[in-house]
Design a protein around this ligand. Structure first.
Ligand code: AMP
Length: 279
């Protein structure tokens, strides 16, 4: 595995791989790897000739009060794990090269970015779209791999690729969970043992909501009220939002049906966690 820090070098290496007819699979990440990341890497490894993984904690997708500065990092550990996962290139750009002085071009997917997480993190998806456009232009992947855990990101990137005719395939893969259902996240490392225990309440609420729908209760309002009750029963957990939306375009639904996305965000001891289920 080769570690690449400079953008022109990464572009040069990709160019020579492509000249040899190699297909490129790409997994963009913010590092501090866990099984969720490895499932994406394994798929890229299996599908494509060359597997590229990036680690970049993208400052422009974090709000002023958010955790950009303290986002967990362990490059030595990540390097070893990426190597074991069969990654060919680990791309670790520096923020000064990604956003040099005078940087002024941003990407947006209107309508999809102002709902769910975007409502509470203004500018977040503009930052995500911008960095991914940059990374796609650098890595020129044939396929890119995203987790369903960050479902809004996945749907936005699919829409961006379709609307802007970006010649790549966006692949979404299932959320990897702990035994008790908690979705794996680098941010779980912030949780104290007590907070870790209460953090499963979001998944429990989503599961209960799914069961309600399967038992015939399909009014979104009723189902959401039940989900909120479960989350609010855990005193150390603060609900940010719980919503039922159409998976295609993230618009709210009144009646839940197969294909509806139920998604939420909570704060556990100050740590923001998200999760979702598809009915
Ligand atoms: P991150 O490093 O958190 O930005 O995540 C990088 C990629 O890994 C994104 O496509 C995420 O959706 C995906 N990912 C993060 N957590 C999980 C998980 N628990 N299961 C599957 N994919 C995940």
């Amino acid at each position: 595995m080769r570690i690449v820090r400079k953008i022109p070098l990464m572009q040069g290496l990709i160019k020579s791989e492509k000249k040899q007819g190699k297909s490129i699979g790409f997994v963009p990440t913010m590092g501090y790897f866990h099984q969720g990341h490895f499932s994406l890497m394994a798929k890229a490894r299996k599908d494509c000739d060359i597997a590229v993984v990036s680690i970049f904690v993208n400052p422009i997708q974090f709000g002023a009060q958010e955790d950009c500065q303290r986002y967990p990092k362990d490059l030595v550990r990540d390097k070893n794990l990426a190597k074991k996962a069969g990654v060919d290139y680990l791309f670790v750009p520096q923020k000064e090269e990604m956003y040099p002085e005078g940087f002024a071009a941003y990407g947006e997917v209107k309508g999809y970015s102002e709902t769910l997480c975007g409502l509470y993190r203004p500018g977040h998806f503009r930052g995500v779209v911008t960095v991914l456009l940059k990374l796609f232009n650098i890595v020129q992947p044939d396929k890119v791999y995203f987790g369903w855990k960050d479902v809004q990101q996945l749907i936005i990137i699919k829409k961006m690729a379709a609307d802007l005719n970006i010649p790549l395939k966006v692949v979404g893969l299932p959320t990897i969970r702990e035994k008790d259902g908690l979705a794996l996240s680098s941010r779980n490392s912030y949780l104290s043992p007590e907070a870790r225990k209460s953090a499963t309440v979001l998944y429990q609420a989503l599961k209960r909501m799914k069961n309600l729908v399967n038992s015939g209760i399909i009014e979104a309002k009723k189902v959401l009220t039940e989900g909120k009750k479960i989350i609010n029963s855990e005193p150390s957990v603060k609900l940010q939002y719980l919503a039922a939306v159409q998976a295609e375009d993230l618009t709210p639904v009144k009646k839940i049906k197969p294909g509806t996305l139920i998604a939420g965000a909570v704060f556990v001891d100050g740590t923001r966690l998200i999760d979702n289920l598809i009915i």
